[in-house]
Design a protein around this ligand. Structure first.
Ligand code: PMP
Length: 666
């Protein structure tokens, strides 16, 4: 019942009968079985299953949820059988004649174990195993890994002291799929069962014939490979389920497993602490990658920040009244940015950007905007690509399709590249309707040739509102905006990401004369008033100030960059470094780069480290953890060196290549 990919699957119905009922009914025709017992777990989720099966007249035994081997052993012990046949409950069209054939083979050859799955030649869904009670007892006593305990027979299969045999079909049909792990499987079984109704005891050869006469019945699950379930971790199973009901699988492109390591990345977490993350199988990893995409400068689950949230939980997160913390936070942000006089709060970076643009348009009375960098998903920003699909490709995220963005927003937003002052000046001269310039203070390279000052002067001269989007750069090098380091004050600035150390809070700060325009244009939203966001932000700012976190993360980031260079030199690889030290990234400028990046993630994951080609540094990244990371990376660089010298990267890669931009998922 606890199936990750298809919860409650064995009680799902086809043609009015549950899968388990169909299975038990068919299995009961096997001549060589003395007794059929459902061995399920004690988890309350299985209560209904146990009850259903008992009502059908079968025995039920209950044992451990994950240690299925012990469940089998304890069940068998109570009945003292000579041998135990294992059939899994997700194979509703099991064929009793095949079950009998495996039992007969087992008896005839006098072995400890027999099956029709080693190797498999029958369609998936007819799997039958049989083993002696004493072999089961030995496995129960000796098998130690969680994999062996969960999957019951791997210990027997691996161990040469057990005599084994296998029932082979004349033709290899093992890629046919008549079992139920996912929704498309259910569709196939439904069609088969409905086709033969009212005959419920059709044999497997009839199903083969049906496959010839109605191949379309069998199409839905063709893409699912055999025993995928034993290979996939829980997280990836959940990801498959997610993609079926959540378009794109999740809400943030950068957290798609395909962006890291397709078909392998653990995808979901169960808990976090510092820079450690646990997946759904309980495996722990060191996060040397994007740390929640830059949200957690103080590390995950920071005690003081979490304490402030716990305090809110104790007192109430919502009310008809407003929360006082929003005022305290607004005051604190102004204190940190003396050029700013007023503040609005929001909960995501994209919406903070949209709010800033609305205010700037309202304040300036001009609609057009010049942009540099990434500013979220909203219509106003994606409109940049209406003029040309590649307009945004150099601004952090390539491949953004403005599909669904009203076409009449075309020519409202004009992109310019970082450090390209001349282009910006030309754009501004050619478009007097430009009322705002929005840009990231710095993303990949530092400002050159007085770039920021020139932009500031241009904006001042042309009466254009200058907005710094510090959603990502904020708090990485100063307590507040990166613009403080360069001593250039904008007219508005945005903060997000790290401000709440993992809790949702973003802000728009600005000069009074501009921010007052928010009185004339309607900008209002229910959850911008909840209390956790500003409370977490106040605690985060306090801890940042006390620990001077921006100095620590910059120091660690610099040392990571230097070490990448050192490793590159040792292995004769060119390494291009980019980004703020606390958001450090590298690239090897070769044609196989994306494959190498995938290889890095693949090999590092095997050592329990989440890594790609950038590290978003947090204060929990201790020098010792960084050393461990660099040591492992050293071995991967050496593999890359081998590949540059002719070794096949394709042979080393065990997964498809990672994605690098936005596109449809299958
Ligand atoms: N602006 C910048 C500079 C960003 O880096 C991001 C997020 N990567 C955003 C805006 C959008 O923020 P969010 O994902 O919270 O909407």
């Amino acid at each position: 019942m606890g199936s990750t990919r298809l919860p409650g699957k064995v009680l799902l119905k086809v043609n009015g009968r549950s899968l388990i009922e169909i299975l038990l009914d068919r299995l009961s025709r096997a001549k060589r079985l003395d007794r059929i017992i459902l061995a399920t777990s004690v988890h309350p989720d299985n209560d209904l299953l146990a009850q259903t099966v008992e009502q059908l007249g079968y025995s039920v035994s209950r044992g451990q949820e994950d240690d299925v081997l012990s469940r089998y052993y304890e069940t068998a012990k109570a009945y003292k059988p000579e041998a135990i046949v294992r059939v899994t409950a997700d194979c509703p069209i099991i064929d009793p004649t095949i079950v009998d054939r495996v039992i007969e083979l087992f008896a005839r050859e006098g072995v400890d174990y027999a099956s029709n799955t080693n190797p498999p030649t029958f369609p998936d869904g007819l799997d039958t195993e049989i083993f002696t009670f004493s072999a089961l007892e030995q496995a129960y006593r000796e098998a130690s890994t969680s994999y062996d305990r969960e999957h019951v027979t791997p210990f027997l299969l691996r161990n040469s002291k057990f005599k084994k045999t296998n029932l082979l079909n004349t033709e290899d049909l093992s890629n046919y799929r008549w079992t139920v792990d996912e929704l498309p499987d259910l569709k196939v079984i439904d069609r088969i069962v409905c086709h033969f109704f009212p005959d419920t005891h059709f044999n497997w050869q009839s199903v083969l014939k049906l496959r010839e006469s109605h191949p379309e019945y069998f199409l839905p699950n063709q893409h699912i490979s055999r025993n995928e379930g034993t290979r996939l971790d829980k997280g990836l199973k959940l990801w498959k389920r997610a993609k079926n009901i959540i378009p794109g699988g999740n809400m943030l492109l950068s957290k798609r497993p395909e962006m890291f390591l397709p078909e392998r990345w653990p995808a979901y977490y169960s808990k976090t602490k510092g820079c450690h993350v646990w997946d759904l199988d309980g495996k722990c990893y060191i996060d040397m990658s994007i740390m929640g995409i830059g949200t957690n400068i103080l590390g995950y689950s920071h005690p003081e920040v979490d304490q402030s949230v716990r305090h809110v939980l104790g007192k109430g997160n919502m009310a008809t009244f407003n929360c006082p913390e929003e005022v305290y936070l607004a005051e604190r942000l102004i204190e940190l940015h003396p050029w700013a006089e007023m503040v609005r709060l929001a909960r995501s970076g994209g919406e903070a950007n949209a709010i800033a643009i609305r205010i700037a348009r309202a304040a300036s009375g001009r609609d057009k905007v010049a942009i540099c960098g990434y500013h979220g998903w909203h219509d106003w920003y994606l409109a940049t690509n209406l003029g040309n699909l590649q307009n945004l490709d150099e601004h952090h995220l390539p491949g953004l399709d403005p599909c669904g963005v009203p076409r009449n927003l075309k020519n409202t937003v004009f992109p310019f590249l970082y450090n390209d002052y001349e282009t910006l000046e030309k754009i501004v001269m050619a478009n007097p309707e430009i009322g705002a310039i929005k840009m990231e203070v710095q993303r990949n390279q530092p400002p050159a040739d007085n770039f920021l000052q020139k932009v500031r002067d241009l904006a001042t001269k042309r009466n254009i509102i200058l907005i710094f989007d510090e959603c990502t750069s904020g708090f990485r090098e100063t307590l507040g905006g990166l613009h403080k380091k360069y001593n250039i004050a904008p007219d508005m600035a945005l903060f997000g990401k790290a401000l709440g150390n993992g809790y949702a809070i973003t802000t728009i700060i600005g000069k009074r004369s501009i921010m007052e325009a928010a009185q004339n244009t309607f900008i209002s939203s229910t959850f911008w008033t909840e209390r956790i966001g500003p409370s977490a932000a106040l605690a985060t700012l306090r801890v940042m100030e006390n620990t001077r976190s921006w100095e620590y993360i910059t120091k660690i980031g610099k040392s990571i960059g230097n070490n990448w260079q050192r490793l590159g030199e040792q292995h004769g690889l060119t390494i291009n470094i980019s980004g703020l030290p606390a958001l450090i990234a590298f690239e090897i400028p070769v044609t196989n780069w994306l494959k190498y990046k995938t290889l890095i993630t693949q090999e590092m994951l095997k050592c329990g480290i989440l890594a790609a080609n950038s590290v978003y540094v947090c204060t929990a990244h201790t020098p010792a953890l960084v050393d461990e990371y660099l040591q492992q990376l050293d071995s991967v660089f050496s593999l890359i060196r081998d590949c540059e010298d002719g070794r096949s990267i394709d042979r080393l890669l065990q997964t498809p290549v990672c994605h690098s931009n936005f596109h449809r998922l299958n």
